[in-house]
Design a protein around this ligand. Structure first.
Ligand code: 5GP
Ligand code: ZN
Length: 141
């Protein structure tokens, strides 16, 4: 199976074995390895082998494979490390905090008071605004 690659991409270099990593597993479409800057112990990444930057451009079957690999790693993290919880996190674009433009899902173990700021409080929305945006999105699907 051939994958698109980008010679300047750090994850493409890891996929091509040009840069070492702590590889957890690999299949035809995906690879999983430990994050080099772990938020908490056990922080790992499920990564597409091909270079697709974001969720809107990756083929759906590859995205599915990345999710399947993330689930396998998450199961091992949950069983072996017994964290308080696990976030699966996938960022698209700089505004979402994506620093490596090569699609990946973080498997992020959570610990009490770890200070990871992924939480947002409930703030009721405006129904008319929700409906207007809903109509726009629905028409695009
Ligand atoms: P993003 O910010 O794009 O959602 O996540 C990119 C992740 O890749 C970061 O958590 C960062 O620590 C990790 N990362 C960046 N460069 C390397 C590397 O060379 N090796 C490994 N194992 N992880 C990396
Ligand atoms: Zn890449």
């Amino acid at each position: 199976m051939t994958h698109p690659t980008d010679g300047s991409c750090i994850f493409c270099k890891i996929v091509a074995d040009q840069i070492p990593c702590f590889k957890l597993l690999e299949d035809e479409a995906t690879i999983a390895f430990m994050d080099i800057n772990p938020v908490n112990p056990g922080h790992a990444l499920s990564v597409a082998k091909g270079h697709w930057p974001t969720v809107d451009v990756i083929p759906p079957e590859v995205l599915g494979a990345v999710a399947r690999t993330a689930q396998r790693v998450a199961k091992a993290v949950i069983t072996e490390l017994k964290p308080n919880g696990v976030n699966l996190l996938q960022a698209n674009g700089e505004g979402a905090g994506q620093s490596v433009p090569h699609l990946h899902i973080h498997i992020m173990p959570r610990l009490p008071n770890d200070g990871v700021a992924l939480n947002w409080g409930y703030k009721p929305g405006n129904k008319d605004e929700i409906e207007a945006i809903y109509k726009k999105l629905k028409a695009a699907l």
